[in-house]
Write a new protein. Structure first.
Ligand code: SF4
Length: 97
């Protein structure tokens, strides 16, 4: 059997997460994410990573985990802000009518 894996974008090799514990980037839902976000904040490819995640989120490839310093919920909010869908989120208490 010849399985061809999709080619990874070149920027992925430069991501600081490749030198870090990958578990940091996939905490349990609602688990701590500040360590991953701190790594992302110093990553030279943060913008490319974030845009990749946002571009693939609607197709479900981003899925979960911290990408480009954003959680799944933050990416969904950003997609809604950009008018590109995103799953309906819970209404925040401070914006509830
Ligand atoms: S921004 Fe974060 S998740 Fe993306 S490549 Fe860099 S360290 Fe990894």
């Amino acid at each position: 059997m010849n399985l061809e894996l999709p080619e990874q974008p070149a920027w992925m090799a430069l991501g600081l997460c490749s030198q870090t514990d990958p578990e940091l980037f996939f905490p349990d839902r609602g688990g701590p994410n500040h360590d991953a976000k701190r790594v992302c904040s110093g990553c030279p490819v943060q913008t490319a990573c974030r845009e990749h995640a946002l571009a693939h989120e609607t197709r479900g490839a981003g899925g979960w985990g911290i990408w480009g310093g954003m959680t799944y919920e933050e990416r969904q909010r950003e997609l809604r802000r950009r008018g590109r869908g995103g799953r309906p989120g819970r209404q925040r208490k401070d914006t509830a009518a």
